[in-house]
Design a protein around this ligand. Sequence first.
Ligand SMILES: Cc1cc2nc3c(=O)[nH]c(=O)nc-3n(C[C@H](O)[C@H](O)[C@H](O)COP(=O)(O)OP(=O)(O)OC[C@H]3O[C@@H](n4cnc5c(N)ncnc54)[C@H](O)[C@@H]3O)c2cc1C
Length: 422
Amino acid sequence: MNSYKYVIVGTSAGGLSAARGIRKIDASNPLLMISEEPYPAYSRPLIAKHVSEGRTVETMQLVPSEFYESLGIDLRLSTRAVGMDAGARSLQLHNGTTVSWRHLLIATGGAPIVPHIPGRDRQGVFTFTTYDDAKAIAQRLPTVRNAVIVGGGFIGLSAADALRKQGVGVTVVEMQPRLLSTMLDMAASCLAEQAAISAGVRVATGRRVVSINGDHPQSLSVSSVTLDDGTRIQCELVILAVGVRPRTELAEGVASVGRGILVDESMRTTAQDIFACGDVCQTHDFARGQDAVLAVWPNAIAGGAVAGANMAGQHRIYEGGTTLNALPYFGLSVGSAGIVDHDSSKHDIVVASGRGYYRKVVLQDGIVVGMVFAGDTSKCGLIYSLMKRKVRVQEWKETLVSDEFGLLSLPDDLWRDEITAR
Ligand SMILES: Cc1cc2nc3c(=O)[nH]c(=O)nc-3n(C[C@H](O)[C@H](O)[C@H](O)COP(=O)(O)OP(=O)(O)OC[C@H]3O[C@@H](n4cnc5c(N)ncnc54)[C@H](O)[C@@H]3O)c2cc1C
């Protein structure tokens, strides 16, 4: 059995950030990173570009290939951790071998949820969370004229945008009454829907796919889907994008698990010397004031850095993150963070809108707790910074959504702080 001081399961945003955090403090003790995927860490948000423009995984890699060797990291790809003995500090791998650890990090992310729709096993039905998913979809494209995307969240829409750029006729089916319902409020969702429709995408909100059909009962390939109102949509490709669930399996029976693995502010699980970060765990949502699975890239990076530093013996605290996203869909930039659907009994809002843009900032007790921007997201970074630092903005809240808002709109002490913090 090989022994390592540090073992990291999952080599994506969270795992890689932790490895960097460890190596800043401990340059030499043995460090093993394990991934069941066959590729070194790549940018998951970029996989749509493989479908839309054939971008390869090599051009999406987060660090140069010499990174691992130069930092003395043992990287094992195509290797799955299948179980652990926490008392013996050992991890079983899919090939029957075992490795031991002094400090373990679980950074296993999330797995796509596959809804129980009859016909989901047909050829031509995919999920969309890995480069291999994007590769399989791209390989099938020559036979595809029409596609149905099940789920109008940010993963579904990035797939839809990529496919329509390839000339595929796309229908997005979303059971909520609007697109991007967790990321945008109603007004911004409407703009996103208009942008999708203008780009030639059909949108069916408030509808569910009830079956995925073949040409005849024995046919293996998908040829249409049926919606809950009986509508049949012809398609040769279906992408299931209804969400991800944290891959908590390794921690089950070892550490406390809620929706994700529970961690404290040092990213420690309830099991000794076992840490977790990223989409697999629950961290503090500072905007909502509660713990939640915050399945976004910046949260995995920030939590991973703290986990890595603590694994290497430092004492660092993760103050938490919140839902945060800024993306272009169908030519429309949208950005949001924290609370987007405000509750008028406790929240105050400032809003500005005009031709092709919408800006809303949500405040609670004079502090920003959320924002939604569509059409122009250039101010999101600055507002997010005020939000994270819990700056009181009550007295000048209207400027947050004005055209002129920028660093110099901040009171003197604040813009100086802001510049030095950057
Ligand atoms: C299509 C798409 C677009 C996205 N776009 C955005 C965006 O624009 N902005 C944003 O903030 N976020 C975006 N996200 C979310 C973001 O990618 C995730 O929040 C981030 O990747 C989480 O990082 P992670 O390290 O926690 O986990 P993951 O990136 O999920 O990586 C976990 C890794 O662990 C591996 N693994 C799991 N179990 C095991 C095991 N037992 N043994 C070995 N290996 C294992 C997995 O195969 C995987 O490689 C997007 C996600 C997708 C899928």
